[in-house]
Structure formats: structure tokens, C-alpha cells
Write a protein that binds this ligand. Sequence first.
Ligand code: F8G
Length: 235
Amino acid sequence: MAEVTRAEVCVAACADLFAGEILASPMGLVPSLGARLARLTRAPDLLLSDGEADLLTPDGRTEGWLPYRKVFDVVAHGTRHVVMGANQIDRYGNQNISAIGDHRRPTRQLLGVRGAPGNTVNHRTSYWVPRHSKRVFVEAVDVVSGVGFDHAVGPFHDVHRVVTNLAVFDFGTLDRHMRLVSVHPGVDVDEVRDQTGFPLPPGDVGTTRVPDQEELRLIRTVLDPDGKRDREVPT
Ligand code: F8G
């Protein structure tokens, strides 16, 4: 079997985010492949939202109807795990998908805060960053969209992991600071530190697991036979 690619490692890292009978709302190709892979392997009861009004099987068939008003019920109930993108993210997990620059005169208008505030105060949230750089990992975000650990956010706030093309992070320090959990095979810890705009705390850093043979078969022949994943994460 061909060598495991960086994109495939990222798909497996995203699959590992999901467990149990919850609604997965993955944004972006690699998190979507990860959620579908999880459903086909260790999380058979996972529900897959298409982000609009349908629940989908891993091969893309409709298996349920979940219009927006019902999504809000699930958001408030908390049995959901959203994986959002991030134009900027800081050391406490504040995320910005809204605008770049001074808010009175932004240099770029992005998506707007969208569902990010409600998601982060109500249920588990992770982030996917396909191009890890100091432009994304910043000292301070320009607009708080998804809320981080340095704000008083209540009992359901749960920023779980940040998965990037280089590494996996959690917020496991006493002050809930972002820290390295693992670097992907072939990535050096110093490279991650160089590409991150704030210091990362010292500590043990593992290596992200590679997908097993069955996962590789599913990724390559069932979920993404055209190799679109390699366009989101070049090797
Ligand atoms: C920057 C930066 C930066 C970008 N610094 N410049 C520049 C400087 C870039 C480009 C330009 C454009 C619950 C729920 C919802 C719902 C409901 C239900 C959600 C409420 C559903 C609908 C809704 C959705 C959250 C996401 C998507 C996040 C991405 C991005 C990206 C790619 C980050 C991967 N730091 N950054 N620029 N949605 N977005 O050079 O300049 O700005 O940049 O959950 O919605 O409403 O709510 O970013 O930049 O999670 O994932 O796509 O490609 O780098 O955005 O294109 O080229 O124009 O000059 P990118 P892009 P230029 S939850």
C-alpha cells in the first residue's frame, strides 16, 4: 500500500475527535472525511450533518432531516461536536472568522461570527487549520467569534482540540493554554513553534498516529477516491 500522506494523517486525527452518539458538524473537507471515517469505524452511532438540512450516511445518502431550527435545539442540548475553521486563533482558543484588522475599519470582511459564539458556549468545539502559520496562530484575534478559555463562558464551554496540517493541540494546562499534544510524522516540534505566533508551553509531545490499513482503505477507495484531500493538505 502507498505511503501514508499528511492529509491521511489529518483525516485520522479528525476522526479521533468524534465519539459516541452525537451530531458531527464538520466544516471543511478533511474534518468531513474524518467524521465519515469515524462513523465507519469506531463511532457507528455518529450523526453526520451536511450543514444545511440533511443528515447523511458516510457515502452521502440522506438518512434524516435536520432543518436549522432543529440544529439550534441540538446546539442548545449540547450533543453536538462542531469542527470549525479559523482565520485566527489565540493561545486560549479564541477564534476569529469575522474580520481582519481594526473592527472600525477592517482590512478584510470574512464570514461573520456565524454560529461560533453559540457553538462554543453550548457544546464541544474543535478547530481545523489546513495551513498552520503565524497569520492564523496569533497573539490576539481581531474579533472573538468562537469564545476561548479566558472569558467567563459557563459550564458547557469545551474547546477540545485544534488539528492542523502540522500537529494536534489541546488546552490541558492549568490555565487552559494551548499546548502541543502531537506532531504529525515528519514534522519537527521547532517547526511548529516557528509557525505559531505565541509561545507553546514545554512538555511531552507525541507523534500523531497514522491511520491503520482498514482506515486507509476506507479513505482511499470509499470516502475520497479522487484524492481531494491532497488539495486541502499537500504532502
Ligand atoms: C487574512 C487572514 C488572516 C484571511 N490575516 N488576512 C484574508 C490576514 C485572505 C483573503 C481574505 C479572505 C450552527 C452553526 C453554524 C450556523 C448555524 C448553526 C455555523 C447557526 C450555520 C450557518 C451559520 C460555521 C463556522 C466555519 C468556516 C470557517 C474557513 C475558511 C478558512 C480559509 C479559515 C479555512 N488571518 N485570514 N485573510 N464556519 N472558515 O488573505 O484575502 O482574507 O480569506 O455551527 O455557521 O451561519 O451558522 O480561510 O481565507 O467554520 O474555514 O474558509 O482561505 O485563508 O476566508 O478566503 O485573498 O481576498 O486578498 P482563507 P478567506 P484576499 S458554524
